[in-house]
Each structure stands twice: as C-alpha cells, then as structure tokens.
Write a protein that binds this ligand. Structure first.
Ligand SMILES: *Cc1c(COP(=O)(O)O)cnc(C)c1O
Length: 473
C-alpha cells in the first residue's frame, strides 16, 4: 500500500518552507511565528482505506503517519518506535483507543489508557521517542524546560522519562496543583526528570520559563527546548485514532461523526486533518465549556479574546486556541499574506472577523457547541444513570454537544472523544452523582510512592543555577 507522500512543510505565515519532518519536529514553531502545516496533504482513497480494516493500532499508525515523515526515519525504525509506543506495556488497553457504546448510535472513544490517563499520551509518548531517535542520530542532547498548572507536565515527564538524550525540568506552582496532579509528576523515578516547585503562581512559573528562553546564551549553552502544544507531530499522531474509530464503525462505506472537547484546537484539528486525507467524517463537533471563544466565533464570525474563567473542565480553560491558526490558513486557501494580516489584527486588537463566504465554509466543516458547569454535571449524572458509565467533565462537555448534533442526524454514528479518565476528577464526579469514582489502580499506586521535587524561590537566577548544576548538564 502506498499513500501519496508529502514530506515537506510550510509555515502558516509563509516565511519558511520546504522543511522536512525532522526540522518541524525539533523546532516546534516556525521562526516567523507561524505553525507548520504539510504543503501537500497525503490522500487515502476508498480502495486504500478498505485495506486498512483489521490492522493493529501500530500498523495502522504506520500507514497514516509514514507519508508525513517521508524518508526522514527508516521504515523499520519507525515501525519499531510505533510498536513500542502503542504497546500493552505503555497503554493498559490492548485496543489502544477502544469504543464503548453509550446509546443506539453513539459511542465514546476511550483515550485515557495511557500512563497519565489523558489523551495527550497518544501524541506525547510518540513524540518523546521520535525526539530521542533524532537526537541520537545527531549525537545531541537537549534540555526541556516547561511550566505546568497540572496535566501537561505529567504527560511531558512520562514522555521523556526513558529518553537517553533529554533532561526535562518541569516547574509547578507549589501547593497550587491538585495532589494527584503533583504526584503524577513527582513520583516519577528517573535520573533525567527534575520537578521544581516554585514559590508562586502558574504565571510566575511561565514567566521564569519565558525569561530562560529569552536568554540567547543560556538557550545555546544548555540546548534549551520545549514540549509545546503546537508541535505538528502531535496533530499527526492524533489522526490515527480518528481512522481507527471510523474504520471500526463502517468507514469508508459509511460516514461517522465525532465530537471533541476542545481547548487549543489541537485534537479537533487532527480530526479535520483525517477528513482532509479522505476519511468520511460527517459532522465534526467542537465542544467548549464556558470559555467559548471558538463557539462564539462559529456563531458570529468574530474571533474575540476574553478573560479565562475557571470551570469543571480545567484543561479547556483557555483564552485563545493556538492551533486554530492552522485551520484558518487552510480556510484562506493558504493565502499566507491574508493569514498574517488576521493574526496581526488579533495580536493588536484581540479580535478579527471573517466575511460571510468564509464563515459559510467554516460552518460547513464544523459544528460548535458550548456547555456550562451545570450542564456538565447534569450530563455526568444522566450518562451514569442511563448507562452506568462514568465520564469525566471534559467528556461530559463533548457528550452534551454530541446530543445536540445527533438530534439533527440520528442515523450517522457519533463518536464522543473521552479525553481523560473520570478518576482524575473525583470532586467534579462527586458533585454530579454524590459519590467519588472508583479508584484507578495506577493513580492509587502513586499515592504511596516517594515524591521528588526541589522547592525554589520565584527567582529566574535560582532556577537557572539549579538547571546548570544538575548532574547531567
Ligand atoms: C488538553 C485537553 C483538552 C483540550 O485539547 P486540545 O487539543 O487543546 O483542544 C481536552 N480535554 C482534556 C482532558 C485535555 O487534557
């Protein structure tokens, strides 16, 4: 089988092109401030797609991912990396992304079987291994520094803990993450993982990281790098489970709809990308919580920044959706100049507006829904009452939107992406159904393990000195 290959990438802003997969993997963001997208999309026609039925998850991943990597990584190496990533040692369900039926024509896709019990593992577990392979080839070693308010820190640490060529430092605000979130990071036993508890807020942590990246000499000296949410390879890895679910439910002969709980627009853009390759996705639902910049945009045509409010689904509490730039570029027919204009306007005035023609196209590709905290709790309770299945608050936001979409199209199968395990959000579950979810054995195990972290004052120089004096640097 051969999906037509595209191995080159361009920046959404047009200032960088002809980049290989490896360049894009290692740099994350383009030097002109844009995000990388493929210059040509590989396509899977009906015949090819029919032959994807029945493949194991790593074999399916190989078929989908290979055309995006081209010759940068030899086939046998890539397959070994995929088999290692999507193995029973790493994910606790052998199907990797199993579907559970929750209604006559509705399923949830469980994306919480990875080491940190969130869907981010599906991309980051692969990213860590790809990084390590490329660094090994180049004979280089890098230092990753990041700040976290909770979930991304643990997913990044789990992704890097076994990497020979990476040291990772994650800053968290001392006493301001949940105990489970902290322990998911601090109980990791690995000589290249360093947790730092900053005596300050999440913003303080982020400012320290920003200051370190702004220091060019330091950046060079310690080969500073980031695990950011806009790395193309994350989108690429996430496409695979859309194929896996749709193939199980009848693709390519039958279309399937998806609803995705959305923050940075990464996961739902992976769904759009799968459709762009030829997967017959009928409706693609964007589900937001009260932080509804995307839903307001699809309703009004105006992308307008507002403050962030806390919600029961904290991983979606965002002010802007960084990955939206990738879709906007495609919507504008890759007119990089026009894209740059909109992004400039957004930076200057926190808003931009699209004309009716573009909005008609956007609204033909996505359906956007919002969900309040009250509706989130109602959804958790209803789902539990009717099916006995517990869903986490992010999944509930998506299921709420999916119900609306299904009312219009009851005959098309709907897949709701379950992006986190309910045991990660015991308080929200308790508020909704009056009792906490059953303990997950993996989370229970970390509650008794020793923690490793270093408390440091809210002071860039002290953090820099800690990093420079660490054993591997
Ligand atoms: C990160 C995250 C999201 C948001 O995903 P995006 O790709 O940023 O849209 C939704 N739910 C959970 C549980 C998450 O961890």
């Amino acid at each position: 089988m051969s999906i037509t290959a595209s191995t080159k990438y361009v920046s959404t802003r047009g200032g960088d092109q002809d980049r290989s997969f490896t360049d894009v993997l290692m740099s994350g963001m383009a030097p002109d401030g844009g995000l990388y997208i493929p210059d040509v999309w590989p396509s899977v026609d009906h015949g090819l797609m029919s032959r994807l039925h029945g493949l194991s998850y790593p074999d399916l991943a190989m078929q989908i991912i290979k055309p995006f990597i081209g010759n940068d990584i030899p086939n046998d190496v890539l397959l070994r990396i995929l088999e290692e990533t999507y193995s029973g040692d790493n994910f606790t369900h052998t199907a990797m992304a199993p579907l559970t039926q929750v209604g006559p024509n509705a399923w949830i896709m469980e994306l919480f079987h990875g080491p940190t019990l969130s869907f981010k593992d599906y991309a980051l577990q692969l990213l860590g291994r790809l990084f390590d392979y490329v660094l090994e080839q180049k004979g280089e070693r890098i230092t990753i520094v990041g700040a976290t308010s909770g979930d991304t820190g643990s997913a990044a640490i789990e992704a890097c803990r076994n990497c020979k060529n990476i040291d990772i430092f994650i800053l968290h605000p001392q006493g301001r993450t949940s105990e489970v979130q902290r322990r998911q990071m601090t109980t990791v036993e690995a000589p290249n993982v360093f947790n730092v508890a900053i005596n300050g807020t999440f913003d303080d942590c982020q400012n320290i990281v920003k200051a370190m990246f702004a220091d060019e000499k330091l950046r060079k000296d310690i080969k500073l790098s980031a695990v950011n949410s806009i790395n193309w390879a994350r989108i690429m890895a996430q496409m695979v489970y859309y194929f896996s679910a749709a193939l199980s439910l009848g693709a390519p002969d039958r279309p399937v709809s998806f609803t995705v709980p959305t923050g940075n627009f990464g996961n739902v853009f992976a769904g759009w990308s799968a459709r762009r390759m030829g997967l017959p996705i009928h409706k693609l639902g964007i589900a937001t919580n009260r932080n509804d910049i995307l839903t307001r945009f699809f309703e009004s045509g105006e992308m307008k920044m507002e403050g962030v409010m806390p919600s029961l689904s904290p991983s979606m509490d965002i002010q802007i959706s960084s990955n939206f730039e990738r879709y906007l570029c495609e919507l504008l027919g890759c007119n990089h100049k026009a894209l740059g204009g909109y992004m400039g306007e957004f930076k200057a005035s926190q808003s931009f507006k699209l004309d009716a023609e573009k909005m008609a196209k956007a609204n033909s590709e996505f359906v956007a829904k919002r969900c309040s905290d009250l509706e989130t709790m109602d959804m958790i309770k209803t789902c539990y009452g009717e099916t006995g299945i517990l869903i986490d608050p992010h999944t509930a936001v998506a299921m709420h939107g999916a119900m609306d979409i299904m009312a219009q199209d009851p005959t098309v199968p709907m897949v709701v992406l379950a992006c986190a395990h309910p045991a990660k959000f015991p308080q929200a579950i308790k508020q909704a159904i009056g009792k906490e979810p059953p303990e997950d054995p993996r989370l229970a195990a970390i509650m008794s393990k020793a923690e490793h972290y270093t408390p440091i004052a809210n002071d860039v120089a002290k953090v820099v000195s800690f990093v420079k004096n660490s054993p591997n640097i």
